[in-house]
Design a protein around this ligand. Sequence first.
Ligand SMILES: Cc1ncc(C[n+]2csc(CCOP(=O)(O)OP(=O)(O)O)c2C)c(N)n1
Length: 479
Amino acid sequence: MASSTTSSMGRLRLAQHLRASAQPTAVRSSCIATRTFASSSRLRKDGDEPQGHLPGHPSSVFLTSLNDSFFDSVRPKTLSGNKNAKGGIPTYRLMDGVGRLLPGVTDETVNITEAEGVKMYRTMLLLPQIDVILYNAQRQGRISFMMTSYGEEGAVIGSAAGLDGKDEVFAQYRESGVLLWRDFSIDHFMSQVFGAEDDLCGGRQMPIHFGSTQHHFHTISSPLATQIPQAAGAGYALKRTKGRENNVVICYFGEGAASEGDFHAGMNLASTTKSPVIFFVRNNGYAISTPAAEQFRGDGIASRGPGYGMLTIRVDGNDALAVRSAVQAAKAKALSEQRPVLIEAMTYRVGHHSTSDDSSAYRSKQAVESWKQMDNPLHRMRNFLTDRGWWHDELEEQTKVQHRKTVIEAMGRAEKKKRPQLSSLFEGTYRGEMPGNLKEQRAELAELLEKYGSLPGWSKEMAKHANAGKDMEQYRIKK
Ligand SMILES: Cc1ncc(C[n+]2csc(CCOP(=O)(O)OP(=O)(O)O)c2C)c(N)n1
């Protein structure tokens, strides 16, 4: 029995030897290494063996303890040895809750001029003025819909300030501050919201669903996460376009949108194509009425970045200066390393989700009030500027009064403007010949206008359009 076992072992070894000698050298040596490891593995402790031989992951350390082998979190390298690290992904910030620089942070670290700091704060102050006026306008039935930026002024303006005006923006809907930072005129803003004749999107979009080619701001889509794969594609296009080597794409979305399939598709696409895209997630605590704690079990959205092999940073979204620095650094890395970067900005949605929402149904008014006080992005920026002698109470008052006047006057002008002529509804989507189905729909509308156009409701609506709907007459089907 013993001798037959020995001889069969001998045959096995001979067969292994013959197989190994028939293989290329690299494979042969890996077989030998595997046998050596197998024979001495009893003497080793978990983790001793640094080199595995797993297809696709040769550097994975081997463990034999099941308990140690499961994991549900990732830790940045910088945390090893940091005694304060109690777990969780760390957050980058420069200012404390009232706008003083943190120990170790100097003006050189912040690296901002008076002009830029003041422009940031002025733009941050413009957002709540627009918000309050348009929110009320919606309540009065003057516009159909509105979404505010309350509480997220630091994340939006800080990120805009970290970019160049030609970096491509793919926004969700709560980032109109990026356009304002890029000097999008308040008249264009209002024309969009009121669907006026001179709206850059031809009056076809819901209010605050902006788009502006000149400002490199791609038109917003309501279905969540639509912009994420688009941004990945645009990033790939940028890296292949001569003359755009210094530009990146920034893609904004909420933590709620990160639960969409398109989030995963877009992240993986940007990562595998090594495209210079900054994925900027505003984690504001809610997706309408669903709190973040009920949306996912991982450590925020930042924990997903390493899963896509993506450089990732979590930043205090209410510290506009930290957000600006994080975006600047992310842009530099995205360009020099040709890879996407994920930024998770931790903030709080102070306003209702939209004019179709009443947040008191799912959170207490006291909680909102306390978040408004705590780490308020406007207060922190104001204190930072005031400490340097760049801002004072009088300027604050003047700016608020001026912003209010500018917004109200622009709203008045937009409200008086005609809507686009009706036939333009069918134009602009296709460059060449209009498809037959659109022509049919246009003819059908022309017929309906012929039939009902003189009724009071119809004629009142038509009077709001340029040409009062007369441009549609040419599309009636000739009988
Ligand atoms: C595909 C899709 N599903 C659902 C909605 C309805 N919806 C609009 S906004 C929103 C919440 C989004 O939350 P988040 O992404 O966190 O952004 P926030 O509004 O908080 O800024 C939902 C569910 C939608 N627009 N599109």
